[in-house]
Ligand binder design. Structure first.
Ligand code: DAH
Length: 344
């Protein structure tokens, strides 16, 4: 009997409960009518008379200990339940890490914002295009090398035969010009941002997809001076008020005359450094007066209207602004790179 009492005393002292149900089970196990301690009281009548006093004391002590351990556990369970009720389980865990905008998105938005102040709105067109809108209506001769499979990702094309209905991934956002000009009447003043694709091997300096923004302005009496002024305004807004521009003659099938535009190197301020290859200038975009052939192919009367267009690479501008040396970083989604750009 004594041994059994000691055993139970040990068990009672070790009792643990994390909720009300476990606690109730303990009470039933030891103290209910059929409980183990209650059962010992039943056996008490069989204890020898000379032991009754001692065993009786031990038994009473066991019962008291059990009751007080259960009371103690009851308090613990109540405190815990109250604590849990206070917790708001719908709250997002801390700390809440805020994402950052992709650098290309930041720069694209900045460019759109700059041009919106001089009346440009945004137009978009499909990335999967046909030959007609990417090349044909933009005055590309049938055998122009840009149409070559080496540069262009064709989706369906009969070998060797050139058709306006060939489906391809657009190689430049100039294709959106043709979509806008055939669906809107002048005056037209749009920016066409988007992704473009070229069949290039991926390296630090080239990628098979990148981003451009095309600009187009068509109205009566638009002149080259308007183009130059708009480009100077953009360069100063984007790279600072001391920025100078320089236009060099160039060739694009869809503009005549055409030019490439340089800005004074914003790294050395025009003195010459390794970035500008000691010339003091860096090229940032292509531009020109929309070729009358392009206007006519889009149904715009070139004897009444004229216009200018320009096309810039978002990666190029982003590199100039943030000095990103490897183009691949833009598409790898490495958060160590992305979180370096502050969201505006
Ligand atoms: N589409 C040309 C390219 O991808 C860029 C360009 C040059 C666009 C001159 C123009 C332009 O609108 O006038 O290289």
């Amino acid at each position: 009997m004594k041994n059994r009492i000691n055993q139970l005393l040990q068990q009672v002292q070790d009792m643990q409960a994390t909720n009300a149900e476990e606690l109730e089970n303990l009470r039933i196990k030891y103290l209910s009518k059929k409980g183990e301690i209650t059962a010992l009281f039943g056996d008490f009548r069989n204890v020898a008379a000379d032991e009754k006093k001692e065993i009786g004391m031990l038994l009473n002590n066991l019962k008291l200990q059990a009751q007080s351990r259960i009371d103690e556990l009851k308090e613990q369970v109540a405190a815990r339940t109250q604590q849990e009720e206070k917790q708001d389980l719908t709250r997002t865990p801390d700390p809440i890490a805020l994402g950052t905008r992709h650098p290309l998105s930041l720069v694209r938005e900045e460019i759109i914002d700059i041009f919106s102040h001089i009346g440009f709105t945004v137009a978009e067109g499909p990335e999967i295009e046909d030959d007609l809108h990417v090349f044909g209506m933009l005055n590309f001769a049938p055998e122009h090398p840009a149409r070559d499979m080496q540069d262009t990702f064709f989706i369906n094309k009969e070998k060797g035969i050139q058709k306006p209905t060939d489906i391809l991934l657009r190689t430049h956002t100039s294709s959106v010009q043709t979509r806008v000009m055939t669906s809107q009447k002048p005056p037209i003043r749009v920016l066409c941002p988007g992704r473009v694709y070229r069949n290039e091997a991926i390296s630090a300096r080239a990628h098979c997809f990148f981003h451009q923004i095309e600009g187009l302005y068509i109205d009566k009496n638009v002149s080259f001076a308007d183009l130059r002024q708009a480009m100077l305004y953009f360069a100063k807004e984007m790279f600072g008020p001391d920025t100078k521009i320089r236009l060099r003659p160039s060739y694009f099938p869809f503009t005549e005359p055409s030019a490439e535009m340089d800005i004074s190197c914003n790294i050395c301020g025009g003195k010459g450094c390794s970035f500008c290859k000691n010339t003091g200038w860096v090229e940032i975009l292509g531009c020109g007066m929309v070729d009358p052939n392009v206007l006519e192919s889009c149904g715009i009367d070139s004897t009444i209207y004229s216009g200018y267009a320009f096309g810039l690479g978002v990666e190029r501008i982003t590199n100039l602004k943030y000095r990103v040396k490897d183009l691949r970083l833009f598409s790898e989604n490495d958060v160590r790179f992305l979180t370096q750009f502050e969201s505006c």
